[in-house]
Structure formats: C-alpha cells, structure tokens
Design a protein around this ligand. Structure first.
Ligand SMILES: *[C@@H]1O[C@H](CO)[C@@H](O)[C@H](O)[C@H]1NC(C)=O
Ligand SMILES: *[C@@H]1O[C@H](CO)[C@@H](O)[C@H](O)[C@H]1NC(C)=O
Ligand SMILES: *[C@@H]1O[C@H](CO)[C@@H](O)[C@H](O)[C@H]1NC(C)=O
Ligand SMILES: *[C@@H]1O[C@H](CO)[C@@H](O)[C@H](O)[C@H]1NC(C)=O
Length: 342
C-alpha cells in the first residue's frame, strides 16, 4: 500500500513537472518559431525570454498572435519598449531629468508644487503598490477593446462585440447609457484628466492622465478635502470614484508615446493615442473602435448631434493626422484591428 502510494506520488510529480515544462516551452514557442533554428540564436532567445520573465513577470501570452511579439515588424520593434511602465506606482514615482521639464512645459505650469511631495501625498490616498494591470492573471490571452469617441460608432451595432472583451477602455466624457447597442455597456478602465472627468460606475477603474502637477493634487483633493475646484477651467471639487479604483498614467510613459510613437508630432499626445499605446503594453490583443472620422468625413463625438463639431482634430495641441497614421500603421502589421464603424 505504502509503496503504491509512493509510486503514485512520483508519477504525479513527474506529470506536474512535464506539464510545467511543456507549457513554458509552448508559451515561448511563438517567439522561437519565427527565428531560424541556429543554436546561438536559440540560446539568445531563451535567455532573453528568461530575462524578461524575471524582470517583468507578465502572463505568458497564449493568443494566436500576441501584440508584444517582436520580429514581426522592424517599424514596431523600433518604437515598442517593453520595459516602459505604463502606470505610476510608489516604486517608480520619479521622473528623469529630461522628462520632468518636458512634462512641466505641456501646460506651461508656472509654479508647480514640489513633485516628490506631491507623489507622497498621492500615494497616501491612492494605492501605490503593485501595478494591478501587470499582475499575473489566469487568463492567458487578454483581449482589449479601446473605444474612442468618434461619431462613426453611431448605428454601428458594435455593442455586444465590444462587451465581449476582457478589458474595455474608454476615455474622457464618453457615456454608455443610451448608446449601449453601438458602444456597449461594459467599461473596465476609463481614462480622464480633471477637465474631462465624468462620474464612473462603482466597478470601473479610473486612469488619471496627469498633464500637470495640479492634476495629481486634484485627485488627492477630489477624494478628500475638495479644495481644488478650478484648474484652467472649473473642475469637479469632489468625485465619487473610490480611491482604490484610481490608477495614474505615468508621466514618463506620456513622453515615451510622444518620442517613440509620435516622433515629436503635435505638442503632446491625445488621450486617444495614449490609451492605444497603453493597451499595447497591458493587453495581448487589441481592437480599436470609434477612432477617426465617420464615413462622410465628419469628426464629432457619438453622443453629439452636430456633425461639424470636430475642433479636437486640429486643436494645435495634438496632431490628429499623425496619430491616425500611427494607428493605421499598427493595423497594417496586424498589431491592432480597427473597426471603422459607419
Ligand atoms: C526602454 O525603456 C527603459 C526603461 O525606461 C530604458 O532604460 C531604455 O533605455 C529604453 N530602451 C530604448 C531602446 O529606448
Ligand atoms: C525627488 O526624488 C528623487 C529620488 O526619488 C531625487 O533624485 C530627486 O532629486 C528628488 N527631487 C527633489 C526636487 O527633491
Ligand atoms: C459592473 O457593474 C454593473 C452593475 O452595476 C454590471 O452590470 C457590470 O457587469 C459590471 N462590470 C464589470 C466589468 O464587472
Ligand atoms: C499620413 O500618411 C499619409 C499616407 O502615407 C501621408 O501622405 C501623410 O503625409 C501622413 N500624415 C502625416 C501627418 O504624417
């Protein structure tokens, strides 16, 4: 009896080990398969995978095609930097010498509060621990929908398709109530800055995109004392979003999007392109909805009725044309899919 049990245990151990090794090899076979089977190359590939696994314990991606996969396009590999961290945490809350002055210039802040002190106050309020988006998840293929606000979503009937994704990212004033058939009803992450804030449902994570020090101070104030009610326009003094649901986009990641992806076009990136590049870093598959003009060339929001509204295309701040070229280029190499609507 005892020997039998011991043998069963041995067999089980071997099976577990085998399963582990197989899944490890399978997870990385997509990287390896694209390369010629030169031993040296293989060793480099494996050690590279291992290094990444240690440095960035990301979920091994099990999709047929994974967005972060390299050696698909030289254009992509030149721009995509896997080590850039999209979210600000207590551990990575500092800006390099070249990043800080650049970030301060975005909205011409004259007398910003000390940034380190602001970071400290911020992380007394919002969670500063592990980046929840990079945490290991059971799901091996994370599918994301990034939903822009274009009028091309009108009468698109994309709702159920959008809702079928693991993550649904929306931005700024975007409503879903009343537009569910076309834009869906699910939201997991909503990108805002103080001036574009809207109240969110209980289970939605707010991703604050800070364009200035005051934005970081605002999120502290809006969830506590409510003292900041005006930036360059009136902003909500108090918000209902729970502190635990607040994530902060890393200012250094904004600069990365600007330098690497926009090659310095425009004054700074729009929330739209910031969400798209963010998704390349946290998702395995990316589908874009509601980007670009509608079929008649109109630029407007899906919830507005004046088709000529579209000032945001040429605001002098963002280069909408260049940004849209970047998303088209991503689609042409099958890194993202663009659903053009109507
Ligand atoms: C990628 O990002 C890391 C971390 O910010 C940085 O140290 C490195 O220089 C970047 N690599 C490239 C090729 O820009
Ligand atoms: C902020 O903290 C960083 C280290 O995290 C330090 O290098 C920098 O000098 C500090 N800046 C100020 C203004 O204190
Ligand atoms: C969020 O809560 C609403 C109900 O309040 C629910 O219908 C929806 O499925 C929830 N969404 C997620 C992503 O859990
Ligand atoms: C976008 O791409 C088109 C076609 O490749 C090109 O003609 C145009 O100049 C690009 N626009 C910008 C702003 O780079």
């Amino acid at each position: 009896m005892v020997t039998l049990r011991r043998r069963t245990l041995k067999v089980l151990t071997l099976l577990v080990l085998f399963a582990f090794l197989t899944s490890f090899l399978l997870s990385y076979s997509h990287t390896v398969a694209t390369t010629a089977w030169l031993p040296r190359q293989l060793v480099l590939e494996l050690s590279d995978s291992f290094r990444r696994l240690v440095a960035f314990p990301r979920r091994p991606c099990t999709c047929a095609r994974c967005v972060g996969q390299r050696r698909v396009s030289a254009w992509f590999d030149q721009r995509f930097n896997q080590s850039m961290q999209p979210l600000l945490t207590a551990q990575n809350a500092f800006l390099y010498e070249d990043t800080y002055p650049w970030w301060l210039r975005l909205q011409g802040e004259k007398q910003p509060q000390d940034l380190n002190a602001t970071f400290r106050e911020l992380f007394e309020v919002v969670p500063g621990g592990v980046d929840p988006l990079l945490e290991k998840k059971a799901v091996g293929c994370r599918r994301c929908a990034v939903v822009g606000n274009s009028g091309n979503l009108r009468a698109s009937w994309y709702g159920p398709h959008i809702d079928s994704h693991d993550f649904v990212l929306r931005m700024n004033k975007a409503p879903t109530a009343g537009f569910e058939a076309d834009v869906g009803s699910k939201t997991t992450h909503h990108f805002v800055y103080p001036e574009s804030f809207r109240e969110l449902a209980d289970n939605v994570s707010m991703v604050l995109v800070p364009f200035k020090t005051l934005d970081l101070q605002w999120v502290v104030s809006a969830t506590t004392t409510g003292t900041i009610s005006h930036t360059y326009i009136p902003v909500p003094a108090k918000i209902k979003v729970k502190k635990e649901q607040i994530l902060v986009y890393h200012p250094a990641f904004i600069k990365y999007v600007f330098d690497s992806w926009l090659q310095g076009h425009g004054r700074y990136p729009s929330t739209g392109i910031l969400s798209v590049i963010f998704s390349l870093h946290v998702c395995d598959e990316v589908d874009l909805y509601g980007f670009g003009a509608d079929s008649r060339g109109n630029w407007h929001h899906y919830w507005e009725n004046n088709p000529s509204a579209g000032a945001f295309r040429k605001t002098g701040v963002h280069d909408g044309d260049f940004e849209s070229n970047v998303t088209s280029a991503l689609a042409s190499i099958h890194k993202v899919r663009i659903f053009k609507g109507r």
